[in-house]
Design a protein around this ligand. Sequence first.
Ligand code: ZN
Length: 680
Amino acid sequence: MNNPLLEDFYFPPFSKIQPQQIEIAIDQRLAEAREIVADCLAKTDEYNWENLIAPIETAEDRLHRSWSPVSHLNAVLNSEELRQAYNACLPKLDDYATEMGQNKALFKAYQSIIASENFAQLMPDQQRFIHNQLRDFHLSGIDLSAELQQRYKEISQQLSKLSSTYEEHVLDATQAWSKLITDVNELAGLPESALAQAEQLAAQQQQKGWLINLQFPSYYAVMTYADNRELRYQHYYAYTTRASELGEHPEWNNSPIMQQILALRHEMAQLLGFANYAELSLATKMAKNPLQVMDFLQQLTQKVLPQARAEFEELQQFAQQYYHIEEIKAWDMMYLAEKLRQYRYQLSQEEIRAYFPLPKVLSGLFIIVEKLYGLQIQEINEFDQWHPDARLFVIHDQDNQLRGYFYLDLYARAHKRGGAWMDNAVDRRQTDKGIQIPIAYLVCNFTPPMENEPALLTHDEVQTLFHEFGHGLHHLMTQINYAGVSGIHGVEWDAVELPSQFMENWCWEKEALHLISAHYQTGEVLPNELLNKLVELKNFHSGLMMIRQLEYSLIDFRLHQEFNPNQADFITEMVNSVRQQTAVILPPDFNRFIHSFSHIFAGGYAAGYYSYKWAEVLSSDAYSLFEQQGIFNRQTGLAFLTAILEKGGSAEAMQLFKDFRGREPEMDAFLRHNGVLISA
Ligand code: ZN
């Protein structure tokens, strides 16, 4: 039987992938890569880019292209068989990475390239790639004794396994809870569209009534609209206790896993000579040391806290006056915020939604990037899909050059990981046959469309789409030809959210809103009155929103900076300690959000969640140039494209920013965009 993952494909053969063939394919790709490395090292002792780095990159790219569809399917179309195959490969991939990072002969070969006369002749992006590699040898334990190297390897393996288990628990716990409602009065307050969704969910399970579950669209609808306070409480309880000891399935409790992950990260950091994992994490970031990150977060917290408190105070008064709620609970927040929004602006999220049918938003987004960068985007109708929701698009630039492809998979469904993300399917790089054109996955969890109607997005969802599309452009528009520093590779992680948050700005501009909105029934563009209100809404509760992001950032960073292996309740204590400082409303004792905080326990944001705010300073400041020169100014757009998007990780993020902005980043635009009043 042929193994589709070992065939020479460009677009991944999703529909042909058999779980039982995955491990065989990965074994073979790993064996090939090991052989290439050994061959290259043995053939000569005068190493250079062509005889060492390029062939290894080619082998590792082949490995990546076989693995990427597996990892993608595991996230969007999870099954028991796939999960097993995926988990069987993880330690092997991890071993390979550690083995290369600790390969002394390879390390020496890299050193000899840097010391050689030819090094100066290499392109700056090649030089940066080699410098990054040398740094990563140290971060993989090249300097350790054989015994400690072995320990490093064990830690690294355990960490990837634990992260995978953490994510599985979140997915399983999310899927396990649902509630069938047979009396529609219990759902009073929910808009028609949300009721129809709940009815559709029930019908999919051959049940009569309305089904609510823990996928985000359902959670969002109940928390924002359900008048029934008890129902909101139940839903909130189920959502915030997922994968914890309070959930209905103690076997999915993430408590011991989080403790182990933190302990192993701490041990790894100390093995490598760092005081803690926060320091290790910053070795590959823009921020220079933990103090700088903590200063940044603390100062911002001080600035924002008074505003967040005032917003909450106002909400509390509103709740007492109109809803007879004496004390706002966590499960009242979204509900009351929506009521206040309606009261003050006479504008409901539901009303807004009718103006953002997905096809219009998408075509508007494409027009915006055409105006900015001259890009042309077309849909490709025939391709190998993993699910009927999957779509494929191609991008050409203003010179009609092919630049990349991206897949979209936008709607929430069972067996799909929550949240939204961009991932690289294929990287841009130079090959024997020419340039390999990059491919991206863009995944979201929007409310699915009802029969015969387009999906209608909330304005938050519109921003999410723009955000992920920004990441996508960073990966796809790169002109760097070495995979290690092309696209998002090699970019300091706290700068990675620059292109994504940058794109979100257009969601708030009148001229752009005209392009991305049209009433799904009448085709009418967003009337001026609504449009003005929407723009005004931008700063509604911005203090509360920002303080929550800062709380997450502080919890994440301090968990990694101050970890104490001898303190059993360290995590709970730390969460409480940060909340004492930041919370305007203390969440209930049962809230276990940290048990499903995948960003830091199963993603790349460990001691790096602060990156969102850090990079937002960059993205706001970059955007302020468009505010000055016109939001569709092609020249400014092309300058951003060439200085930032095309350069990937080929130079330091600070340098690229300065190339674009002509100076170091400043904070004013960031505060202004967030409606934070700078107190004198
Ligand atoms: Zn992002």
